[in-house]
Design a binder for this molecule. Structure first.
Ligand code: NI
Ligand code: MN
Length: 225
């Protein structure tokens, strides 16, 4: 049975048998994180976009573990310059990896690496990850978009992680609407409370969600799916 672990902000690990991957490993610099990057052991690192609170410790983790970074073409090539293995993909494309399948979806947000986010890292993406026969949707940072309805129609989403922190991404009410469009079986709120400007009450989100089980995970919590 695959397992997801929420590590704070937008960072999630997915494991199944010997397969271990991490999405958006922002640990150093996140006061809410309960795990240090040195403790992470993974084979793949998935990055939704080039912002620092998502790329985070990706390079150091990938180097130490010999892991492959999966990201959009531009961000992947930027990471390759740092001397790590990469697998570039792009929006609409899917690929079968040893752990399962990854498909890149659109996301409405920015992209940019470095101190002033001036290094071009292509458009932001979301991920549909199928592992252990179950599909997880991690949209990265995004606003609400109607194509979520299409993503929901074409995929049976077991578990969705959705940003609720507002300001940079969907807020609570838009995330509730996203659940209606995506129709996941379970949803976990993310991308809130890390910084003052994205403070949000996950209980309010959970109370507003309809026809879906909302699960609030604290950094470090696991869920079998
Ligand atoms: Ni961002
Ligand atoms: Mn972010």
């Amino acid at each position: 049975m695959p397992q997801a672990r929420f590590l704070g902000h937008a960072c999630v690990t997915l494991t199944e048998g010997d397969h271990r991957l991490i999405i958006d490993p922002f640990l150093t610099g996140n006061d809410k994180a309960t795990v240090r990057p040195e403790e992470i052991e993974v084979d793949h690192v998935l990055l939704t976009h080039g912002h620092g609170d998502h790329v985070g410790d990706a390079i150091s983790i990938a180097k130490r573990c010999g892991a492959t970074i999966i990201a959009n073409y531009e961000l992947a090539l930027r990471c390759a310059k740092e001397g790590v293995n990469v697998h570039p993909m792009h929006i609409g494309g899917a690929h079968d990896f040893p752990f399962g399948r990854v498909k890149l979806t659109i996301a409405h947000h920015g992209g940019g690496f470095g101190e002033d986010a001036s290094i071009y890292t292509g458009p932001p993406v979301g991920f549909l990850v199928t592992i252990g026969g179950k599909t997880v949707y991690h949209p990265g940072d995004t606003g609400l978009f109607l194509d979520m309805q299409l993503i929901g129609e074409m995929n049976q989403i077991e578990l969705a992680f959705l940003p609720i922190g507002d300001n940079f991404t969907m807020g609570i009410d838009d995330a509730v609407k996203a659940v209606e469009l995506l129709r996941p079986r379970r949803v976990v709120p993310m991308h809130y409370d890390t910084f003052d400007v994205i403070k949000a009450d996950p209980n309010e989100f959970a109370a507003k969600v309809k026809d879906c089980q909302a699960i609030i995970l604290n950094p470090g919590d696991n869920i079998d799916f």
